[in-house]
Design a protein around this ligand. Structure first.
Ligand code: NAD
Length: 497
């Protein structure tokens, strides 16, 4: 049963978040002792100070990860052992879900309801799902003549680096850590500088679950120092990055300028929500439209912020979405009645407000939303109409609660406008016509197409982007394992007995 606002507040009052790095099985300060502060964006209050890791700390973490990888304690352990430990992590996360959700809410400013779902349900499910794959991932045997046996085997890639964003801190950590550890890699993880606390707490739970020292290392810090040090490290074999397209590009360069490590990229988006003329504008569609845009305050890579609506339906759609959007409750993130919390930082709020101003300057009509008077960095869900495809708010990822409604006359126009972007992460299509649904799903150049409902899929389905939203790598599903594996051919010459 969900706790009350007062009960969540009581948990928050008791929390003493740890801000240390976790390297070689020990919690420690940064090598140079420097720290930075992490702040609750809903109140501006400092939560704690955190180890400011830089390249010396990353070197230390990679050395520990390499030592244990070469020793084989984890990398060559029985898969059943890795499975057991990952299942224990899942159980511990479930056991501590209220506390982890409160910590996540304090560090991100997002609603406790969302945090409970992410941390209490999704994160343990990720660990459980990859735990169960650990002893069910097989190699192949190639067809050969009678004088050879050709085995196609999978081996852990070695040391996996991961550099994470702030919008779903613990979910993103689990997306990378669970598959990497399931296949036997050791990992060096850098949480976003805005939101390091739940990943550090996860390290405590992983230690308790029996992950051997050196297998998981957490190096909190900033992008230009710890993030770059991971990207450029000559002894990291593969790096998985989630964040902006701008920084994703850097990881490709880091790889080229260092040891040509594997690079998996999950990046930004400007995803369309398409309503074709045969769709019914009902409560279900409106709920999906509203949540696709404003879930997590729009700070979501797959947020459907361009809503392309068949011209005859625009008036009805607009009226109903405005009513729904006005019902969203902004407020104290620890209150279970709150739907939308704070933006992540003051700077981020300023950037989003600049986009709202740009929309008005370019002639789009703001129907609702804008800044909020609440303390902290809140923004009211904002809806524009008369948005045209050339406008800044239609082209750039805002990563805040700013939705643009764009009328379209035909299915082909919807397809053309939806595809006219450098991004390709996600799209939603509403239509009753199965042929149109399949045509749109096949034609839209993006990693996930969701039909008659907004969804990113789940743990079983791969998630990632086409075009500048991603590399060919995918998170989630069995596909995620590929980011952390190498393929080896073993060709055995045989002779008749
Ligand atoms: P960001 O790119 O600014 O930061 C992401 C991470 O990269 C952080 O840990 C940061 O410290 C690090 N970083 C920053 N500069 C770096 C540098 N020069 N070298 C190395 N590392 C560096 O992104 P953000 O603002 O944290 O997150 C928002 C972005 O993440 C949005 O673009 C969003 O669409 C994207 N995102 C994508 C997915 C997905 O699965 N596709 C999921 C969540 C978020």
């Amino acid at each position: 049963m969900t706790l009350s606002h007062a009960e969540f507040q009581a948990i928050a009052n008791k929390l003493k978040p740890r801000g240390q790095a976790y390297i070689n099985g020990k919690f420690c300060d940064a090598v140079d002792g420097e720290k930075f502060e992490t702040v609750n964006p809903a109140t501006g209050q400092v939560l704690t100070s955190v180890a400011y890791c830089k390249s010396a700390d990353v070197d230390k973490a990679v050395a520990a990860a390499r030592r244990v990888f070469n020793a084989g304690t984890w990398s060559r352990a029985e898969p059943e052992h890795r499975k057991d430990v990952l299942l224990k992590i899942a159980a511990l996360v479930r056991e501590h879900s209220n506390e982890l959700a409160v910590l996540e809410s304090l560090d991100t400013g997002k609603s406790i309801t969302d945090c409970l779902h992410e941390v209490g349900t999704e994160v343990p499910n990720f660990f459980q799902w990859y735990a169960e794959l650990a002893d069910k991932t097989f190699g192949k045997i190639a067809p050969t003549g009678p004088d050879a046996l050709a085995l196609i085997t999978k081996e852990p890639a070695g040391i996996a680096g991961a550099v994470l964003p702030w919008n779903f801190p613990l979910v993103m950590a689990a997306w990378k850590i669970a598959p990497a550890l399931a296949v036997g890699c050791s990992a060096v993880i850098k949480p976003a500088e805005q939101t390091p606390l739940t990943t550090i707490r996860l390290a405590e739970l992983m230690q308790e679950a029996g992950v051997p020292e050196g297998v998981i290392n957490i190096v909190p810090g900033f992008g230009e120092t710890a993030g770059k040090a991971i990207g450029m490290h000559n002894d990291i074999d593969t790096v998985s990055f989630t964040g902006s397209t701008e920084v994703g590009r850097m990881f490709m360069r880091y790889s080229g300028d260092s040891n040509l490590k594997g690079v998996g990229l999950e990046m930004g988006g400007k995803s369309p929500f398409i309503v074709l003329e045969d769709a019914a504008i009902n409560d279900d569609l409106i709920e999906h439209a509203a949540m696709s845009a404003f879930w997590n305050g729009g700070q979501n890579c797959s947020a459907n912020m361009r809503q392309l609506i068949a011209a005859p339906l625009v008036e009805e759609f607009t009226g109903r979405i405005i009513d729904r959007v006005k019902a969203f409750q902004l407020g104290d993130p620890l209150d279970p009645a709150t739907d939308i919390g704070s933006m992540i930082t003051k700077d981020h709020k300023t950037m989003v407000m600049d986009y709202i101003q740009a929309g008005m300057d370019e002639g789009a009509e703001k129907l609702t939303g804008g800044g909020s008077d609440l303390p902290g960095y809140f923004i009211e869900p904002t809806v524009f109409q008369n948005v045209t495809p050339d406008m800044k708010i239609a082209r750039e990822e805002i990563f805040g609660p700013v939705l643009g409604i764009m009328p379209v006359k035909t299915t082909e126009e919807a397809l053309a406008v939806a595809s006219d972007t450098d991004y390709g992460l996600h799209a939603t299509v509403f239509t009753k016509d199965i042929d149109r649904a399949i045509h749109m799903a096949r034609s839209l150049p993006c990693g996930t197409v969701s039909v008659n409902g907004f969804s990113e899929g789940d743990i079983k389905t791969p998630f990632g982007g086409y075009k500048q939203s991603g590399s060919l790598a995918r998170d989630n599903g069995t596909e995620a394992l590929e980011q952390y594996l190498q393929t080896k051919t073993i060709w055995i010459q045989t002779s008749a007995a």
